[in-house]
Each structure stands twice: as structure tokens, then as C-alpha cells.
Ligand binder design. Structure first.
Ligand code: GSH
Length: 213
């Protein structure tokens, strides 16, 4: 393990932030939503995951997208990048202010990643039996959570937050994953429509994401 790159990241000559982004990946989409919700000026460099640019490996030892370059700061992992953007560009804030609410939002993000996001690569994986199980698990979990979606305008909050920027790109992909919400989950469908109608969300969509629905 070598953490040297965290301290001595290459200084770039670019004045504008650059986001290396996979046009169809949920992780990149999550960050694009944050960028457009906050109207941040950024250069988005589309990356073909099967043919990544050579400089990406130089910037990010995991060679993953999204990767953000802001002068001499290089960040990866969609949650790390999103939290940085929220702090660097505080308006509109996408996290609550008080420590207890912030901790609850962070816990929600952790659980969404663990309980829902972790199922997605299995759904898209080669093992059809495991994919079916994961698809059913995601559907069951969303149906079970319908009453949580019904509680407030945003997910567990009265204000739009990073939690919504994490849930919305997954809901956008449900048809793509072969998951169809039943009428009993209408609160989830209504929440999804509210999120998809937002200007920031619409602007975040790439061509390939638009084709997912
Ligand atoms: N936990 C990371 C996951 C990022 C990730 O897995 N990105 C994929 C695209 S969906 C990737 O770049 N995979 C390429 C690779 O692992 O070589 C995040 O939240 O950003």
C-alpha cells in the first residue's frame, strides 16, 4: 500500500475541473447529478471503460471512474467526490448542517450502497441464477421501503440531498436491470418522478442513460 499519490498528486495546468466519467455508469452518474444540481463548471471527459485513457491510471491507482481532477487534487470514489463537491461549492448545500442529521445522512448513504448498489453488479453479472436472486432482492427491498419513500418529499429529508443524488440514478436504471415496481410501491414511483423531473437530473443524463428508459 502506497499513499504517496494522495500527498503528491500531479499538479495539472487545467484551470477548470475535469471529471473522468463513464457515460453509462451509476457511480459517474451520481457525481454528474451533484455537479448539475450545484451548477458547477466542469469539463466532463467521457471514458470508455474498456479503453481507458492512459493518464487515468497515472491519476488514480484503481483506474476507476468517476475520477475528479481539481488542479492538484485528484479524487476518486463517487462518495468521496460528491462530499468534496458539496463542501467546495456549498450552495445549495446537499448535506444537513447539524452533526446528528449529517451522521444519519451518511448512514443512509452507507446502507444504500450496501443494500442496493452492491446488488447491481450481480444483476449485470454472467451468473443468471445469482442475477435473478439479486433482482428479486432489490425489488423486495424497494417494495418494503415504499413507506419510507412516502414520508417526505425527499429521501428521509425535507431538503434535496446527496442521498437523493445516490438513490435517483439507481431508480433511473430499474427497467435496464429488469426490475418493475408493482402498484404497491407507488410511493417509490412517485418519488422517482419527482427526482427525474429536476433540471439538474435532466442535465446530468448522457445519451446512453436517456436510452435506458
Ligand atoms: N466505489 C467506486 C466504484 C467505481 C467503479 O467501480 N467504477 C467502474 C465503472 S462502473 C470502473 O471504473 N471500473 C473499471 C475498473 O474497475 O477497471 C465509486 O463509487 O466510484
Amino acid at each position: 500500500m502506497n499513499f504517496g499519490d494522495i500527498v503528491t498528486a500531479p499538479v495539472t495546468r487545467r484551470s477548470v475541473m475535469t471529471l473522468y466519467s463513464d457515460p453509462s455508469s451509476i457511480f459517474s452518474h451520481r457525481v454528474r447529478i451533484v455537479l448539475f444540481e450545484k451548477d458547477i463548471s466542469v469539463e466532463i471527459e467521457d471514458v470508455d471503460p474498456d479503453n481507458k485513457p492512459a493518464d487515468l491510471l497515472h491519476l488514480n491507482p484503481y483506474n476507476t471512474v468517476p475520477t475528479l481532477v481539481d488542479r492538484d487534487l485528484v479524487l476518486y470514489d463517487s462518495r468521496v467526490v460528491s462530499e468534496y463537491l458539496d463542501e467546495r461549492f456549498p450552495h445549495p448545500p446537499l448535506m444537513p448542517v447539524d452533526p446528528v442529521s449529517r451522521a444519519r445522512s451518511r448512514l443512509a448513504l452507507y446502507r444504500i450502497e450496501k443494500d442496493w448498489y452492491d446488488l447491481l453488479p450481480v444483476i449485470e453479472g454472467a451468473d443468471a441464477e445469482q442475477a435473478d436472486k439479486a433482482r428479486q432482492a432489490l425489488l423486495d427491498s424497494l417494495v418494503e421501503s415504499a413507506e419510507v419513500f412516502a414520508l417526505k418529499e425527499f429521501f428521509l429529508s425535507d431538503e434535496y440531498s446527496l442521498v437523493d443524488a445516490t438513490v435517483a440514478p439507481m431508480l433511473w436504471r430499474l427497467a435496464h436491470y429488469g426490475v418493475e415496481l408493482p402498484a404497491s410501491a407507488s410511493a417509490v414511483t412517485k418519488y422517482a418522478k419527482r427526482m427525474f423531473d429536476r433540471e439538474g437530473f435532466q442535465m446530468s443524463l448522457t445519451e446512453s442513460e436517456r436510452e435506458m428508459r
